[in-house]
Ligand binder design. Structure first.
Ligand code: RP5
Length: 169
């Protein structure tokens, strides 16, 4: 298991990816969590190549203090679903673009979970939204984080209004 902690505090969010080839996308989740000051850990663990490591990670995640897991995988993308099967924590799946089927295989593999074991699935390669969803979950019990989210939304709205102003110039 390759594991790199980017924050000295105990991590609240675990970012997983099936391969280091997913890192260019999954690092966007890390960027968002850093922007909101959320401590996280990031790991390459494969549901297929290192299933024992995944079991150890997922089954200990709650007692280690994680509150949510973001899992990105491509192709036969079983990582988010298998993770969700082994932890009661919310799991957010990121379908990674695949060359052969343009990420549709990843999306379908992640989104079609059996009833009882949900994975909150974001769009193909949308690791930013996965991280924002994790921040929203954490903000339910953290008023200052909720305020940061409101300010983030206000900035988004302002940027959108400026686009309108620009096309009218
Ligand atoms: C999946 O297979 C990974 O999540 C990755 O998206 C895909 C290809 O992995 P590599 O062959 O690049 O390691 O398990």
């Amino acid at each position: 298991m390759t594991q790199v902690s980017f924050d000295a505090q105990a991590p609240l969010v675990g970012i997983l990816m099936g391969s280091d080839s997913d890192f260019d996308i999954m690092k966007e989740a890390a960027t968002v969590l850093n922007e909101f000051g959320i401590p996280f850990e990031i790991s390459v663990i494969s549901a297929h190549r290192t299933p024992g490591d995944l079991e150890a990670y997922a089954s200990s995640a709650e007692e280690r203090g994680l509150k949510a897991i973001i899992a990105g995988a491509g192709g036969a993308a079983h990582l988010p679903g298998v993770t969700a099967a082994m932890t009661p924590l919310p799991v957010i799946g990121v379908p990674i673009y695949s060359k052969k089927l343009s990420g549709q295989d990843s999306l379908y593999a992640i989104v079609q979970m059996p009833a009882g074991i949900p994975v909150a699935t974001v769009g193909i390669d949308n690791a930013r939204n996965a991280a924002l969803l994790a921040v929203q979950m954490l903000a339910l019990c953290d008023a200052s984080l909720m305020q940061k989210l409101r300010e983030f939304r206000q900035k988004l709205a302002e940027a959108s209004r400026q686009k309108t102003a620009k096309i009218r110039e």
